[in-house]
Ligand binder design. Structure first.
Ligand SMILES: *[C@@H]1O[C@H](CO)[C@@H](O)[C@H](O)[C@H]1NC(C)=O
Ligand SMILES: *[C@@H]1O[C@H](CO)[C@@H](O)[C@H](O)[C@H]1NC(C)=O
Length: 368
């Protein structure tokens, strides 16, 4: 056991040694780490994927410039799930959505958009159940509200005291209505670094030209699938746990030295770290998700979707696929089970998942 430990530890020291090119492509802007696929404008082009360049205002605030919708503050980048949260520099994201968030010419998408109609109402107009009051757009003698467009015919009484402004797309169940600090979540699918990030590899360009992305510091991809599973779940998971421990201990040491200079940063970083650690689902919840044994015909629910996006292997006959009930995405059961133990979210759509097995069961039985 001790020998194994030493082997793992030396492997780590080795793989933690960053190459120079990786190092110069990792920079901070304020508290946000900028790395592949993002880069700052003053970094070499090969540090980031095209159209993922950010600027850094006052060496503290990363800025994303959208070609048709202007500049946004970057609130957070989640490299693991390929999400970026952006906000209006004046903390009035609804204003920017009302102007029309045009993502043409960017690699980003809005997840699950929902149409909302914005109204300018007299303050006397009575409260509507689904209406969102937008304080940063309202004044003393008028209030601006937004109502889901699909619920509009239920609230026809509105037209008397309200003037319609426009109908625009807003993220579904958006937290930004009530908390202006919450940004708008965008997601990207190209380049796909999900698999690389999930095994703590370094996602980067494979060569000095072209846009093919590879993963370094992880495990070799040229193995048979069986060997890959073996390595990933036999060695990878323990290795990841050790890595997490190493990072945690290093982080602790860093935090300790930070604490004396900046106690505020410390509390923030601890809060965000505990959020990212306690994210997995329990075994009971995972087991409750439906499993399908793939037949010889390999006929799938969605014929074009024949590759597991976790291990990037094609589905073969007699393999077990597990489906996430909420979004109906499916993966190799063996892959998604390990993933869900670490992350309570679908790797494809990043829909966060409920922890309770009972809610999953009741919702799936009621839909039949
Ligand atoms: C991003 O980088 C490209 C190439 O370096 C440059 O042409 C473009 O203006 C940059 N975009 C922004 C928003 O700075
Ligand atoms: C975004 O803006 C451009 C330029 O004004 C326009 O051509 C394009 O149709 C817009 N896209 C959307 C989705 O509104």
């Amino acid at each position: 056991m001790a020998v194994l430990g030493i082997i793992f530890a030396s492997f780590f020291l080795f793989s933690l040694q960053p190459s120079t090119s990786v190092e110069i492509c990792r920079v901070s802007c304020g508290i946000q780490l900028i790395r592949f696929p993002f880069r700052l404008n003053n970094q070499p082009d090969r540090c980031g994927y095209p159209r993922f360049n950010l600027s850094c205002r006052n060496q503290a605030q990363p800025i994303l410039s959208l070609p048709f919708s202007g500049d946004f503050n970057v609130v957070n980048i989640d490299y693991m799930f390929q999400n970026i949260w952006i906000n209006d520099p004046d903390y009035c994201a609804p204003k920017r959505l009302l102007q029309g968030l045009n993502l043409s010419g960017t690699p980003f998408d809005l997840l699950y958009p929902r149409s909302y109609t914005f109204f300018n109402c007299s303050p006397a107009s009575k409260e509507l159940p689904e209406a969102r009051y937008i304080s940063c757009l309202s004044g003393t003698d008028f209030s601006v509200v937004a109502i889901p467009a699909d619920l509009l015919d239920l609230s026809t009484s509105l037209s008397t005291s309200c003037l319609e402004i426009a109908t625009v797309l807003v993220p579904f169940s958006w937290a930004g209505w009530s908390d202006p600090g919450n940004g708008i979540r965008l997601t990207w699918s190209e380049p796909n670094c999900l698999w690389c990030e999930s095994r703590a590899g370094t996602c980067m360009f494979k060569s000095d030209t072209g846009l093919v992305v590879g993963c370094s510091g992880g495990f070799s991809n040229g193995l048979s699938k069986g060997a890959k599973y073996g390595i990933i779940f036999g060695v990878g998971i323990p290795l990841l746990l050790i890595l997490a421990l190493v990072i945690y201990l290093r982080g602790k040491a860093n935090d300790y030295s930070y604490q004396h200079s900046n106690p505020e940063v410390l509390s923030n970083s601890v809060a965000s770290r505990s959020e990212t650690v306690a994210k997995g689902l329990d075994g009971q919840t995972i087991e409750a998700y439906p499993v399908t044994l793939l037949g010889e015909s390999r006929r799938l629910l969605r014929p074009n979707d024949n590759t597991c996006s976790i291990c990037l292997c094609e589905y073969q006959a007699r393999e077990n696929l597990r489906t996430i009930p909420d979004c109906k995405h499916y993966f190799h059961a063996i892959c998604i089970d390990e993933w869900l133990k670490l992350n309570a979210a679908c790797p494809l759509c990043r829909n966060t998942l409920e922890k309770s097995a009972s809610t999953v069961l009741s919702s799936s039985s009621s839909s039949q």
